[in-house]
Design a binder for this molecule. Structure first.
Ligand code: HEC
Ligand code: HEC
Length: 688
């Protein structure tokens, strides 16, 4: 089996017209044209602390037992099963899994040469948390991503920390039978050299490195015949789903950024929260974007803040890396290397109604369906009170045809736009009215077309009465403004609906209950609207309290103890001391990839061993080289140490570092000019 590194090496020579450095510079110009650049929402040069100031990852929420001990189901298939049991994805699997035997992740060389026997697996979650009784299951959908390398039994985890509103990066070693797994916070700045969006990344379609590629799947089946009977067990469309979940995860940072910095007053936040609740209560169909609070307190404030703070716009980092076919013979490109800078996924230049709505949609995903169902039911209970105002709408109806079994009934006048309109399909069985289906329903002052289900149908002396529910969510059928359609009555001469027929719809104005609760959040200066992250727990807890609901059974997970980072003691002297500021952020721990050449007392020996490769990766910064691997330090990292792509290769530090490594290599290795893959490996033990 040939390592992928060698593949890429051979292929990239076809790019010789431009050196990779020139392309990198071109890209930098595109990223930063005309000086005034958009503000990045996430950037590799602002990784934040490895240990979060507050809160912990979703993975810790689920598997931490307390005082640093974890209980992680083993083997990996049990971990998958345990996650599957926590999620309900409407009949489909909630854990989406794909294999990436020859990829571009940090683990890619670990299984060499048995890439297909020890294939990396990546999982992501989709669906609603399973919730029993009052227990409040946490949102799992696109909040937890796990990669497993079976040869080394390592897990890489990217999972959401609700308290800070960011993804945490973790690595788990000693994941195995009868072992106590060691979970550590990953070195964020290092992970972000590829995960430049501080979130999961994934290849674009057609995901050729994954088991969605039949060629890959075939090789997996033949490498592990005892495990897989057929291709069917391996090929799945999950790569596409994971790609989408990765993209959704990527929007979380932007939505949080706008909640915290674009919508800064409590009035703005309460107006945004109001829209979020309407949107979810309506079964994600709509919300009242014409309401003065939405327009003035949210939309206008966001617009004002945007114009002063981000006049050049906001850039969203990119979760998508170009696809790479591990078997292809065509040239490999710059954008296929995850270490290269990626242009923004999108740049939002100004606030418009679509952007403002988008934020409502994105933040609404922080609530679970169970949360919304509880609020929905509670409002219905409260509004049984006869003081709840009821609005009534009427229309007259006509059958479309004379057919006897199924008849279509039209109500209202389609030429009068803001009037009650409906269309029903009514089944008769042997002369009896058997069932009614609502094909269309439109309530005045609500532009939305609805197609609710009938929850309960009762016969009246003269007609039928229906109670409605939203098509798929078990929520009551509500208007965009959060009010509920209480009942729908079809009146005729008899229970069979003959003669003159009319429709009567009652709307209970019960969203005012939520409005009252929101005003009290505003008055009492509650945390939910404070300056921290948009956080489901705080928001739902305070809202439930203000609505007078029974408190939920929130199980507070044990909190992780922060791990102490190994301090390095390389004590490098002379020119090589420059390796500290530019390399030690990523090369000073015990990992194999990236190689820890600055660790331990034998750092000097390790540097000597790796020097030819270090030199090659540094020289990759020079305009005239056509070096196929990405330069070091990684482009995304440079701003973190206060330099830029343009300035670094011209700097004195750069030149001194190159000169001293050249010197070292000349004295100790007879290798200058050798192909990169034939240079000695960085760590003496690492490559067999
Ligand atoms: C050299 C580039 C690179 C670095 C550095 C890197 N990753 Fe990744 N990672 C990738 C690529 C490419 C993928 C997607 C394809 C795959 O999984 O093979 C990925 C995928 C993942 C996934 C699966 C979910 C997803 O994003 O698709 C996890 C989890 C993950 N990485 C964790 C980490 C952690 C933790 C670190 C830091 C210790 C890290 N990665 C550093 C390149 C990198
Ligand atoms: C921000 C993190 C970061 C910094 C800083 C950094 N590197 Fe790296 N380095 C990496 C990552 C990640 C990889 C692995 C890339 C991969 O697997 O594709 C790597 C790989 C390498 C390799 C390749 C090892 C091999 O086996 O071929 C060399 C050599 C290297 N780095 C040298 C350096 C030198 C020299 C510096 C300082 C001048 C430096 N790096 C600074 C992240 C970093």
């Amino acid at each position: 089996m040939m390592g992928w590194r060698r593949f890429r090496f051979r292929l990239s020579f076809s790019m010789s017209n431009y050196s990779r450095f020139t392309l990198l510079l071109l890209l930098a110009m595109i990223l930063d044209y005309a000086g005034a650049a958009p503000r990045w929402v996430e950037h590799a040069s602002i990784p934040g602390p490895d240990t979060p100031e507050t809160g912990q990852s979703r993975f810790d929420d689920l598997f931490l037992l307390g005082s640093g001990r974890y209980q992680i189901p083993y083997p990996f298939s049990n971990l998958v099963e345990s996650l599957e049991s926590r999620i309900d994805n409407a009949g489909k699997p909630g854990v989406r899994l794909t294999f990436i035997p020859m990829g571009r992740s940090l683990q890619r060389d670990a299984p060499a040469p048995d890439y297909f026997k020890f294939s990396r697996a990546v999982i992501a979650l989709e669906g609603e948390p399973v919730t029993a009784g009052n227990a409040a299951g946490e949102v799992l959908e696109y909040r937890l991503f796990i990669a497993h390398q079976p040869k080394t039994e390592t897990l890489e985890i990217i999972s959401y920390n609700d308290a800070v509103g960011r993804f945490e990066f973790q690595v788990i070693e000693k994941y195995g039978p009868n072992l106590s797994p060691q979970v550590r916070r990953a070195n964020r700045i290092m992970c972000l050299s590829c995960h430049q969006n501080a979130a999961p990344i994934f290849a674009m379609r057609p995901w050729s490195e994954t088991s969605f590629n039949v060629e890959i799947a075939n090789k997996l089946v033949s490498a592990q015949p005892q495990k897989y009977d057929s291709l069917i067990d391996v090929v799945s469309a999950d790569a596409g789903v994971i790609d989408l979940l990765t993209e959704r995860a990527n929007y979380l940072a932007a939505a949080q950024f706008i909640w915290q910095r674009g919508c800064q007053t409590r009035r703005c936040r309460v107006a945004l929260l109001r829209a979020i609740l309407q949107y979810r209560l309506s079964g994600e169909s709509s919300f009242d974007s014409n309401h003065p609070d939405y327009r003035q307190d949210y939309f206008n404030e966001l617009t004002r803040n945007w114009e002063t703070r981000w006049p050049e716009g906001l850039a969203l980092a990119n979760s998508r890396v170009a696809d790479r076919d591990p078997f292809a013979t065509g040239p490999a490109s710059l954008e296929q290397d995850p270490l290269f800078l990626r242009p923004a996924h999108a740049t939002w230049y100004r606030v418009d109604p679509i952007l403002a709505r988008g934020i409502v949609y994105r933040l609404s995903g922080y609530l679970t369906l169970a949360d919304v169902q509880r609020i929905d039911r509670h409002m219905i209970e409260l509004s049984d009170d006869p003081s709840t105002p009821i609005q009534k709408f009427r229309a007259s109806c006509r059958f479309e045809d004379q057919a006897n079994q199924t008849r279509i009934l039209n109500c209202g006048n389609a030429t009068t736009p803001e009037s009650l309109q409906a269309r029903f399909s009514i089944e008769y069985q042997q002369g009896n009215l058997d069932s009614i289906r609502i094909m269309k329903l439109q309530i005045p002052l609500d532009a939305n077309l609805m197609q609710p289900k009938i929850r309960q149908l009762s016969r009246l002396q003269r007609g039928v009465k229906a109670e409605l529910e939203h098509e798929t969510t078990n929520l009551a059928q509500r208007l965009a403004n959060g009010d509920r359609i209480k009942s729908l009555v079809l009146l005729g001469n008899d229970p069979l609906l003959s003669g003159k027929i009319s429709l009567e719809v009652e709307v209970a104005e019960e969203f005012r209950l939520v409005d009252q609760a929101l005003s009290s959040l505003l008055e009492k200066n509650q945390q939910a609207l404070g300056d921290s992250a948009f956080r489901r727990k705080t928001i739902v807890r305070e809202l439930a309290l203000a609505l007078g609901m029974k408190p939920m059974d929130w199980r507070e997970p044990p909190v992780a103890v922060s791990d102490i980072k190994e301090t390095l003691s390389s004590n490098l002297g002379g020119e090589l001391a420059l390796l500290e500021p530019y390399c030690s952020h990523c090369h000073a721990d015990t990992s194999v990839n990236p190689p820890g050449f600055l660790t331990g007392n034998e750092a000097g020996a390790k540097i000597l061993q790796c020097a030819p490769r270090m030199l090659a990766r540094l020289k990759a910064w020079q305009a005239e080289t056509d070096f196929p691997a990405s330069p070091m330090p990684p482009p995304a990292f440079l701003e973190f140490v206060g330099t830029t792509i343009e300035a670094w290769p011209k700097s004195a530090h750069y030149r001194r570092l190159v000169a001293s490594l050249e010197n070292m290599v000349r004295k100790n290795h007879q290798l200058l000019g050798t192909d990169y893959q034939h240079l000695p490996p960085c760590l003496a033990r690492a490559n067999e």
